[in-house]
Design a protein around this ligand. Structure first.
Ligand code: UDP
Length: 325
């Protein structure tokens, strides 16, 4: 199948592209390289540098490549940034997604996969969080993804666009060749590994007064290769119906547990300093992913935190300066 992947030069997008190509699919990447890296794009994928704000550029890719499916990763993705610059999210994320969707409908694309987020669930009543949980976006970032989910719902009803919205919890880890390289880096695991590489002095722990066993936030870390597998399964299931899935391992680890595991793996003391809470961080986020297991037979291959961090560590050691090395 010919698949257009927006954001295919970014962390998750580039690894999904790699796995799609391994599965024999035909991929076109559309990315503005604002956060992504040209070197992250699998050499077997066609690459078009362009911006989703440019409707003519999107139409050009659709006309030239005629994709049968779209996977939409390109997005601003930072909760904290969205609380400071809401229009990047409620403006750009939404308008760019709308441009892509309008072009998809015009060019009769029938399948669409959206990267969505656990930030839809700011105040969950149950933990783990399953798909029946009421949606309360935690930030303009989460709201922007929710708006795109609702657009998809209506485009399915009106135009028969089949879609899957995959709500990731904490994507982490690396494949053999591709990993996490953000600038600036703000995510826990890569920062901890940068300390182990001697590139930073310490990790700052954002709060130890949460109501969790050790006081630090608990998150559900999911290996990026397992996420990629979920995309491939969801794509194949779209012929039957549209779908919403929460994606995680169903198990939570605290910030301290992540740091301790990284200390064991790297053999580095990884100094940590306790600082104030980061605004917008809920205490606990754990996914209930029974639905995707049951309906699509999704089975994570790397559910252990240790395996996830080890894969990231291998990638960071071999790419100490990310893709610029
Ligand atoms: N965190 C931290 N120090 C950091 C970065 C993150 O203590 O330098 C914590 C953060 O407060 C959260 C967890 O680590 O509880 C995971 O954060 P990350 O930014 O990796 O992912 P998020 O949960 O925001 O998607």
């Amino acid at each position: 199948m010919k698949i257009l992947v927006t954001g295919g030069a970014g962390y998750i997008g580039s690894i999904v592209v790699e796995q799609l190509i391994k599965a024999g699919e035909n991929v076109v990447v559309f990315d503005n390289l604002y956060q992504g890296h040209r070197a992250a794009v699998h050499p077997a994928a066609a690459f078009v540098q362009g911006d989703l704000a440019d409707r003519a550029a999107i139409d050009g890719v659709m006309e030239q490549h005629q994709p049968e499916a779209i996977m939409h990763f390109a997005s601003h993705t930072l909760v904290g940034e969205s609380m400071e610059q809401p229009f990047l999210y409620l403006g750009e994320n939404v308008i760019n997604g709308l441009n892509l969707l309008q072009s998809a409908i015009k060019h009769k694309v029938r399948r669409f996969i959206l990267s969505s987020t656990a930030n839809l669930f700011d105040d969950p009543e149950r933990m783990p969080i399953d798909e029946a949980e009421r949606i309360v976006p935690g930030s303009p970032y989460g709201e922007s993804k929710f708006i795109l989910e609702r657009l998809l719902y209506w485009l399915d009803r009106v135009h028969g666009l089949r879609y899957a919205a995959l709500r990731y919890f904490n994507a982490a880890g690396a494949s053999a060749e591709r990993g996490e390289d953000h600038n600036p880096e703000l995510h826990l695991i890569p920062i901890v590994l940068q300390v182990a590489l001697g590139q930073r002095e310490k990790i700052k722990i954002f709060g130890d007064d949460y109501s969790t066993p050790d006081g630090t936030c608990v998150r559900d870390y999911i290996h990026v290769l397992d996420l990629a597998q979920a995309h491939i399964l969801a794509l194949r299931a779209l012929d039957q119906s549209s779908r919403l899935y929460n994606l995680g391992n169903g198990q939570g680890f605290s910030v301290k547990e992540v740091i301790d595991t990284a200390r064991e793996i790297t053999g580095h003391p990884i100094p940590a300093e306790m600082v104030a809470r980061r605004p917008g961080d809920p205490a606990v986020l754990i996914a209930g992913s029974d639905k995707i297991r049951r309906e699509l037979g999704w089975q994570p291959q790397h559910p252990n935190l240790r395996d996830i961090i080890e894969s990231a560590w291998r990638w960071h050691k071999s790419h100490p300066h990310g893709y610029e090395a």
